[in-house]
Design a binder for this molecule. Structure first.
Ligand code: GLU
Length: 465
């Protein structure tokens, strides 16, 4: 029987969960699901100075919001520090690692030397071949692993193919700092082994680390996991992604009114495709996803595309789901009576909104506590001339018998004719009187959903003052 697939998502809680991390998570999740395997969530929190609880919460909430899940308990890397140390000392004992007593000044010099010679590694192996008994009592040493001095290291990567690294460039890197804290390179490799990770799927900014970690696996005679290094996400102009490209953390996308389904679909196809297929259900994602089809070149973030996918999913959602989403977004329950009103114009406003926030803006007046508070800069719309028009409109609306879009349309046609005005002349003050601002909701639908009684009451608030 083949071994069980075990993948992992290993964020460092030093910042919010960002869009690139979400794609890595999604690919790991899909791969594990596809092969009935497991996905481990490992929080890489060994950098105690930079790890924060707020970042951790942001990551966990982001994963939950995306509707993705992990198997087993969350693994906190800091719980395994004793194990990382144990491995470092074992390598030391076996002569595969050594203590290095270099001072800060010596290291700075080595770095300067390396820059001059245009070398990518800098450590000059000063302590590599010393007798273990030799030491500098004034310095707390770090532990460095011995990497091969000549030749190349080959990493077989599913996306990148066979990638070769000159061993000379890898350096005898540090695995244990002088305070005995493990470095990322050691901690992550040890945990990957101990957790039985079979497949590592992560951003290709870690490809260099794979070459280094390879030597930890080799020194310990551990089986090397299968690697899939995904090209990073770039901004729309092909440069490195930055805050200027809009929202980057998943919590921002959420608060801007994106739907998790849309984000997942967008991320799925950002760097992977299945023919021309545009939209994938969860089952289809799992069925068709194949790491072999991950693109080799960096993906470009395209906010327009994301908006159009979001609008597709928003339009496809059922009335009840949208009401639930509105309620979650506002953080309040919506009374049944208001839900019914929203349902009357949902079809109409859905097609006009690309995000949930845009949709909420169009229906917010139906959620408002009566009477709506008029934005101060809107008060001038309600001048005495317009109030007079509202008064006539109130009178005509009172005599409407059937409540339908057709009847309302008819009312407006007759009213504008009688008053010899354009639709906007009455629609604008009505919008302000009914909603407190100028929402772009069609005026007929706006009134229709509000209902005759509420419309009359809201208008009368502004009359006879
Ligand atoms: N903790 C690393 C990061 O957040 C991920 C390391 C890995 O996937 O090996 O970039």
């Amino acid at each position: 029987m083949k071994e069980m697939v075990i993948t992992r998502f290993a964020p460092s809680p030093t910042g919010n969960l960002h869009i690139g991390g979400c794609r890595t998570l999604l690919y790991n999740w899909l791969f594990a699901k596809k092969y009935n395997g497991k996905l481990i969530l490992r929080i890489e929190d060994t950098d105690l100075k930079r790890s924060t609880d707020a970042a951790l919460q942001n990551i966990l909430e982001g994963i939950k919001w995306l509707g993705l899940n992990w198997d087993d308990e969350i693994a906190y890397q800091s719980d395994n520090i004793h194990r990382h140390r144990e491995i470092a000392f074992q390598l030391l004992k076996e002569g595969k690692a050594y203590k290095c007593y270099c001072t800060e000044e010596e290291l700075i010099k080595m770095r300067e030397e390396a820059i001059k010679k245009k070398k990518s590694s800098f450590y000059n192996n000063k302590w590599r071949d010393r007798e273990p008994s030799e030491q500098d009592k004034n310095i707390k040493p770090v532990i460095r692993i011995k990497t091969p001095q000549g030749g190349k290291t080959e990493i077989n990567d599913i996306v990148q193919g066979a990638v070769h690294f000159e061993n000379e460039d890898l350096d005898d890197f540090i695995i244990l700092r002088s305070d005995e804290s493990p470095t990322y390179l050691l901690a992550s490799a040890v945990d990957d082994h101990d957790m039985g990770i079979t497949h590592i799927i992560r951003g290709d900014d870690h490809l260099n680390n794979a070459a280094r970690q390879h030597h930890i696996f080799k020194a310990m005679s551990w089986k090397i996991p299968e690697y899939t290094h995904i090209p990073l996400i770039h901004s729309s102009d092909g440069t490195k992604l930055s805050k200027r490209d809009g929202a980057l953390s998943i919590s921002d996308y959420k608060s801007e009114g994106f739907l998790s389904k849309a984000i997942l679909n967008y991320l799925l196809r950002l760097g992977w495709s299945y023919g021309d297929k545009e939209y994938f259900s969860e089952d289809e994602m799992i069925k068709y996803f194949d790491v072999k089809n991950i693109h080799k070149s960096p993906a470009r973030l395209d906010n327009k595309k994301l908006l159009s996918i979001n609008s597709y999913y928003l339009n496809a959602e059922s009335e009840d789901t949208i009401i639930e989403l509105i309620s979650q977004s506002k953080g309040v329950g919506i009374p049944i009576e208001n839900q019914e009103k929203i349902k009357l114009i949902l079809e109409h406003v859905k097609t006009k909104s690309k995000t949930l926030n845009e949709l909420i803006e169009l229906i917010e007046y139906l959620l408002m506590e009566y009477p709506p508070i008029i934005d101060s800069d809107m008060m001038e719309v309600l001048n005495s001339e317009k109030i007079k028009l509202l008064e006539y409109f109130h009178r005509d609306l009172s005599s409407v018998k059937d409540w339908s879009i057709q009847e309302i349309t008819h009312l407006f046609e007759k009213f504008t004719n009688d008053q010899n005005i354009k639709l906007i002349d009455i629609a604008k003050p009505l919008r302000v009187a009914l909603t407190g601002r100028i929402v772009p909701t069609g005026i007929y639908e706006l009134i229709y959903a509000l209902g005759k009684e509420d419309t009359l009451t809201r208008i009368s608030q502004h009359l006879y003052k």
